[in-house]
Design a protein around this ligand. Structure first.
Ligand SMILES: Cc1cc2nc3c(=O)[nH]c(=O)nc-3n(C[C@H](O)[C@H](O)[C@H](O)COP(=O)(O)O)c2cc1C
Ligand SMILES: Nc1ncnc2c1ncn2[C@@H]1O[C@H](COP(=O)(O)OP(=O)(O)O)[C@@H](O)[C@H]1O
Length: 345
């Protein structure tokens, strides 16, 4: 996928889905559908040669581009997600937001859906001051040559969020650009939203969170060294380093499926028992660790990137009086995880 934060290197013409899309939940996927219609798909993606661009500290991954990939001239628009970076709320409040899908994870889901370009518009005072007309005319039409635009029905944009979807439709119509207003998706009468997913995750209600998401909530991170206590109690745990902005669910113990450990490839999952927390029994650290014990598995995981699918919340963290009690409880957690994750006869 082509990722750019500069409108001068964006691929055009574009077929644009607009929004923040944190979580890439079922509602988000519905908003992207209209820009992905099969007639608009172009495989493989060709990208223009680019000069290296400085993205600053929180830089997105460099797009994979080479001169061999020079663009063919084509009138077919690139399925493109246009989003703001930082999130406008973060810009105004000055406070870092946690994300259900940090950039690297978001890119994986978008690629799987068929989005070919991600435009991260730098959100600054100038952009914040833009009128709805200027945003559509100068950015969407003028720079991205948008052929069609898809948004959720409650989308607002422009100065003080003054632009409504009706206005977006009217302005775009002047340029012959069709706007798809996608109705808000609901699940059992409740609106599907990133905040509903966060709330369910904070309660440890995985069933609800995963049902709204339409897939299991995931944690993706590299295995780093811990205190090496795990192996001494018979339960080595792979400690994951997650992007600092990753939203963490309720602290406690989970039954998870682990991808990336097996030599049999990415698709093969190993069952695991995950602990998220400050480990009050051993050292009561300030920052929670995210560590997983893989069931019936042994090997070296340091430096590997693991993807965990959180399936069931088992219990909150506890402070035990002894390591033996902790060990016995971890054994029970592993047995419960195995039962819950094993396929039913
Ligand atoms: C399934 C599981 C459940 C855990 N539950 C608790 C707990 O309730 N309380 C606690 O203090 N630590 C808990 N831990 C964390 C252990 O204290 C930790 O894994 C151990 O100290 C190893 O740390 P290390 O990776 O730094 O070697 C749990 C770990 C696992 C894998
Ligand atoms: N079944 C397993 N589950 C998790 N890690 C395992 C397992 N078997 C071996 N390991 C290895 O052991 C390491 C964890 O051992 P541990 O003593 O807890 O050390 P650390 O404190 O560095 O995490 C993992 O990073 C991995 O390389």
């Amino acid at each position: 996928m082509w990722i750019t934060s500069s409108l001068t290197t964006a691929l055009t013409p574009a077929s644009v889905a607009l929004g923040n899309f944190d979580g890439i939940h079922q509602g988000h996927r519905q908003v992207m559908q209209p820009i992905l219609s099969p007639s608009l798909r172009r495989q493989p993606l060709s990208v223009p040669p680019v000069t290296a661009e400085s993205y600053g500290e929180n830089s997105p991954p460099n797009p994979k581009a080479s001169l061999d990939d020079a663009p063919e001239t084509s009138l077919e628009p690139y399925p493109t997600l246009v989003t703001f970076n930082p999130h406008p709320q973060e810009f105004f409040s000055g406070q870092r937001r946690t994300l259900l899908t940090p950039l690297s994870e978001k890119v994986k889901y978008l690629e799987a859906i068929g989005v070919q370009q991600l435009v991260l518009l730098p959100f600054d005072q100038e952009l914040a001051n833009m009128t709805p007309e200027a945003f559509v005319e100068e950015i969407l039409v003028g720079r991205l040559n948008a052929q069609q635009i898809s948004v959720g029905q409650d989308f607002c944009f422009g100065r003080q969020r003054s632009g409504t979807v009706t206005e977006l439709k009217a302005i775009a119509a002047r340029y012959g650009v069709k706007v798809h207003l996608v109705p808000l998706k609901t699940a059992k009468g409740d609106r599907i939203s990133s905040s509903a997913i966060r709330a369910a995750l904070l309660e440890g209600n995985l069933k609800q969170a995963n049902s709204i998401l339409g897939r299991p909530y995931s944690l993706i991170g590299e295995v780093v060294q811990g205190k090496q206590i795990g192996r001494t109690i018979g339960f080595p745990t792979a400690n994951l380093q997650l992007p600092p902005e990753k939203f963490l669910p309720r602290h406690g113990v989970y039954a998870v499926r682990v991808y990336g450990a097996s030599n049999l490839g990415e698709q093969k999952a190993v069952m695991g028992a995950l602990n998220i927390g400050t480990r009050p029994t051993v050292d009561a650290i300030a920052t929670p660790t995210v560590e997983v014990h893989l069931l019936d598995w042994s090997g070296d995981l340091y430096g590997k990137t693991l993807t965990l699918h959180l399936e069931h919340f088992l219990r909150p963290q506890q402070k035990f009086d002894s390591l033996d009690q902790l060990k016995a409880q971890i054994q029970t957690d592993c047995d419960t995880a195995r039962t819950l994750l094993s396929p039913q006869e």
